[in-house]
Ligand binder design. Structure first.
Ligand code: SF4
Length: 408
């Protein structure tokens, strides 16, 4: 297929595809699916080999959020029966992180519900970062605390944070249908703050909220302009007790096309399969490793993932290898320092003639809503469920905030 040959060539050159090409990937048929995976897989292997980076989520503070992100089980008014607790102490968080690191994770993602941290919260998280870093040489720590105020990103960086996650989640045009308590511009501003402080920016999306193909392409192109180093791709986990509980629009095939599109648009960036991997890709998860170079190990913020051991077996069975702490995740041109790139690799500021790419709750966490008014339903959607799918979505009942051993 000419389209795929063109996209592979562009991906190897870090050249931006056109919006039409990105849309065409989402519009391919099931007959062409393996060709799409093969093509995007070439780009993935060119920049990341067969390495899979493992990330581990620690939910520092769960539930009781005053924001109304419709996709989120922790939102204002959520009836989801999730764990609710306030800030973990540094030693509790460090203990939870240790389980993930022992399981092979390279990055720990410290997440807290809420609009954004107070300065006291930043102090707490700084102590937690230090506790994790002291005991684990080479570990990467990413914070995900919501909207940042001036100076907070710098303080997190000084405390040793490597990265900051804040997702755009959906297109600017539909953002107001998903969340009303903050804006798309607020989110963009926080990603800029993280970048400016020298943190590696992590920002991604949530698919399956009733958005159109155009919305998906819009948000991925917006991410490319923001130049994150990592892009988490969440697939909506429709939680019982949230406005999107019956929003089952995704099939495994559509998830693969979305991941392929993200890989073509952001070829040299860490593309991470985040929340909803098990729920929506199901038995197709191994194929998705040909597109993404990063996943979460074990459980998510408020929902269960598959057993950590099953993640490791899947990676080995599919012919991939877990990335070690001694291996650099990003290609050399993107590693001029945490969150910085050499003059040639900046997304959206391509060197002459190259059109180079720039580089997201990552966790199926921070953010769920009534189907956005007027948003198109995914063409290949599985259709709306008759009700919540408690057979597919299990609430996390172990690990951080409980007395039970975590899944790692
Ligand atoms: S996504 Fe974050 S800010 Fe939004 S409701 Fe959930 S915890 Fe609150």
């Amino acid at each position: 297929m000419n389209l795929l040959n063109t996209l592979v060539d562009k991906g190897l050159r870090r050249e931006t595809p056109t919006r039409e090409e990105a849309l065409a990937v989402l519009g391919t048929s099931d007959d062409d699916l393996l060709d799409v995976v093969t093509a995007a897989g070439k780009v993935r292997r060119h920049w990341f080999g067969r390495r899979v980076k493992l990330n581990y989520l620690v939910n520092l503070k769960s539930g009781l959020c005053p924001e109304d992100c419709s996709y989120c089980s922790q939102r204002l008014g959520s009836k989801a029966d999730i764990l609710k607790y306030t800030w973990l102490k540094p030693e509790q968080a460090s203990e939870a992180a240790a389980a993930g690191l022992a399981g092979g994770a390279k990055r720990v993602c410290l997440v807290a519900s809420g609009r954004g941290p107070t300065d006291r919260d930043v102090d707490r998280v700084s102590d937690t970062i230090k506790a994790i870093k002291e005991g684990n040489e080479g570990v990467e720590v990413c914070a995900c605390l919501g909207l940042l105020s001036d100076g907070q990103a710098e303080r997190l960086r000084e405390a040793g944070a490597d990265a900051y996650n804040h997702n755009l989640n959906t297109s600017e045009a539909t953002y107001g249908d998903i969340t009303t308590t903050h804006t798309y511009a607020d989110r963009v501003d926080t990603v800029h703050k993280a970048h400016a402080a020298g943190l590696s920016a992590c920002s991604g999306l949530i698919a399956g909220m009733g958005e159109s193909d155009t919305d998906l392409v819009d948000v991925v192109f917006a991410l490319r302009e923001l130049d994150p180093d990592s892009v988490p791709v969440n697939f909506l986990i429709p939680f019982e007790g949230t406005p999107l509980a019956e929003e089952w629009n995704l099939t495994p095939q559509r998830c693969l096309r979305i991941l392929a599109m993200v890989r073509f648009v952001c070829p040299d960036v860490e593309v991470r399969i985040a929340g909803g991997r098990e729920v929506h890709l199901r038995t197709m998860q191994p194929l998705a490793l040909h597109l993404a170079n990063s996943i979460f190990l074990g459980d998510y913020l408020t929902s269960e993932g598959q057993a950590g051991r099953a993640d490791l077996e899947m990676i080995a069975d599919a012919g991939f290898e877990v990335e070690g702490t001694d291996q650099v995740t990003l290609p050399e041109h993107r590693t001029g320092g945490c969150g910085s790139h050499d003059g040639g690799g900046v997304c959206g500021t391509a060197p002459a003639g190259a059109g180079a790419c720039a580089g997201t709750s990552s966790s199926g966490g921070c953010a769920q809503a009534e189907a956005p008014a007027g948003a198109g339903t995914a063409a290949e959607g599985a259709g709306r469920a008759d009700g919540p799918r408690t057979d597919l979505v299990a609430v996390r009942r172990r690990g951080a905030g409980t007395d039970l051993a975590p899944n790692a």
